[in-house]
Each structure stands twice: as C-alpha cells, then as structure tokens.
Design a protein around this ligand. Structure first.
Ligand SMILES: [Zn+2]
Length: 340
C-alpha cells in the first residue's frame, strides 16, 4: 500500500471506529433525527442526482416563475433506500399550472413513463413541483397529505418529493424523502450531485424525440442547494482529533438544551439536528412557518461562532464567548435571528 493510500485507509478506519464509539455514547433519542448513514427502514438523508437532471429541472422551473410547474423523476433506489435520479421530465402540453397547485398531463406521463420503464427499467421514484416565488421551500400541508396517502394506497415503500423555488434569475430544488413506516416524519435530504450527464439523458431524449416537451429556458441557474459536504482529508482528521466540542459528554447535554430552546421559538414547525456524514460536524435546520434557518457549528466552535443563515443568506454578529456555551449560543442566536 502506498503511503498516501495507507493514510487514507487509516483515516477511514479511524472514522469508522469513532462513529461506533459515538453512536454508543450519544443518546440519539434526545435529539432526533440524527442520521449518519441511510438505513432501509428509514427515510434516507441523502438523494443522488446527475448534474444534467438538476440542470433540466432548473430550466423547467425558470420557464414558470410565477406559477406552479412540475414533473416526474425516474431512476432506482439503492439497497439502503437512497434515491438515484437518472432522468427527469417536466410538464406535458396539457398539464394544469395554477398559482398554488400543479397537475401533470397524465397522458404524457403514462406515455413517457411506460417507455422509460419497459425499455430501460427505470422506476418512477419521485416527483418534483415548483412553489415558484411563494416562499415555501418545502412540501405544503396538502403535499404532505397527498404523499402519505399515495404511499399507503399504492404500497410504495418510499418516495422522493422535490420542491422547487425560484427568483427572477435562479432556481433551487429541495429533496424530501418519504417512507411508508414514517408517515409525516419525512426527511429533507442532502443532494449528492454527480458530475456530468446522466447516462440516460441523450438516449431517452432521442427515443422520445417528438413526444418529449423540453423547457424553453436554455440555461440552468442554481441558487443555493442543500448539498452533501465534500469529504476532505483535513476535515476528517480535524473532526476526530478529539477537539470537536460535541465529543465532550457535558456538551451533548448542552445540545439537548439548545434543541429545546430552538423548538420553543415562535412559528417553529420543525427542528432537525443532523451530524454531517463526512466530518461529524453539527448542522441544525429550523423550519419556521415563513422561513428556514440553518445553523452550522464549525470545527473551532465555541471559539468561533455558530454560522447562521436565514433563507440561504448568511448573517453575522459579534460573537462573545463567555465560557458558557448555552448562554453564548442563545444570546447570539437571538441577536442574529430576531433583530435585523
Ligand atoms: Zn406543493
């Protein structure tokens, strides 16, 4: 084994061991949902898509900036339940676009979907629709109910629902994984975007030329996507050098208090605590009625401040750490979020 390979191998092993010791010491019940890897019996915290399909959907969303639009997603599930999007379609000619809902042209879906299934075996694994500029970057209550009912009725094990949004110049797409055993407890997945073109894009475009309706917008433009963190050696090493604040048991109790504090804020729908797959750093997503806040606790927290973004925009204030993590955190959060 070369020195470099060996080093990487050791890091992997260390990471594995650290994960094991962490899962035995963290009381995961006290701050669900902590998901480090996908599990078959859970909604997956990851969704895989090719860049070509992400681009295609962006172009479709930008075709309809003030009204809903949508389409279907085809591909496979991995054994642990991660969706892999290999081909996306947009609205058919007779789709119904309205301000607050979208219905696909069913003839279009049946025709295209059947071809994709029978010729290539690609499954209909999900759907996407755009909430354009409505300010709702997640499924609506109605979307939730429709999903849960359909999964039950059709005996689908799982389903991927993606919600698009846009401004006048760019689009975003958020992935939500539903699972039949977990009803309304679906999970916002981080995108793992694979470079380049899906192996099915050109083939199916050619097969169904004349039937497929493609977006008019030619150039995709992406806003901030909820992506997987890239794995870099330094980050892996630093995460397990033992100084990350969460490795100390007393700080795990602080996190439980932080979670309670965040859940008690006004208009909060959901607080999701996630530990990053790649470096075990902590992320918290706070879904409020009209906004979404994301918190990231970097390697040198609490010496450095928690990074806070509101609806994708970073906000900073003067961080004063006085030795009490909980006090410093709550004071800072209130300054950043509640006072513009
Ligand atoms: Zn919707």
């Amino acid at each position: 084994m070369s020195r470099r390979k060996k080093r990487r191998h050791q890091i992997k092993l260390r990471k594995k061991m650290a994960e094991r010791s962490e899962s035995s010491s963290v009381e995961s019940r006290s701050y669900e949902p902590v998901q480090k890897v996908a599990q078959e019996n859970m909604p997956s915290p990851t969704a895989i898509i090719y860049q070509s399909e992400m681009d295609y959907i962006s172009r479709c969303i930008l075709d309809y900036k003030n009204i809903e639009t949508g389409g279907q997603l085809f591909g496979f599930w991995t054994a642990t339940g991660i969706p892999v999007v290999l081909y996306a379609i947009g609205p058919g000619r007779n789709a119904n676009h309205q301000l607050t809902f979208f219905n696909q042209d069913l003839d279009y879906l049946v025709r295209v979907g059947n071809h994709i299934l029978s010729k290539y075996g690609l499954q209909h694994i999900g759907e996407w629709h755009s909430h354009h500029q409505l300010g709702l970057a997640r499924p609506s209550g109605h979307d939730d109910t429709t999903m849960v009912n359909n999964i039950r009725k059709e005996h689908l094990r799982r389903f991927l629902l993606c919600i698009g949004n846009c401004t006048n110049t760019s689009s975003t797409l958020n992935a939500f994984n539903f699972h039949e055993d977990h009803g309304y407890d679906y999970v916002q997945a981080r995108w793992s975007v694979k470079d380049g073109e899906s192996p099915f894009r050109k083939i199916i475009d050619n097969d169904l030329a004349g039937i497929l309706i493609h977006p008019h917008t030619q150039i995709p433009r992406h806003g901030t996507l909820f992506l997987e963190e890239p794995v870099t050696e330094t980050r892996v090493v630093e995460a397990f050098s033992g100084d990350y604040w969460l490795t100390r048991p007393e700080n795990k109790r602080v996190l439980v208090e932080m979670n309670k504090f965040l859940k008690s804020q006004k208009n909060v729908d959901k607080v999701a605590v996630q530990v990053d797959n790649s470096n075990s750093h902590l992320h918290i997503t706070i879904q409020k009625r009209n906004s979404q806040e994301k918190l990231y606790f970097p390697a040198d927290f609490p010496r450095a401040p928690v990074e806070i973004s509101v609806n994708g925009i970073c906000r900073r204030r003067n961080w004063k750490f006085d030795g009490d993590i909980f006090q410093s955190f709550t004071r800072y959060y209130e300054e950043v979020v509640n006072h513009d």
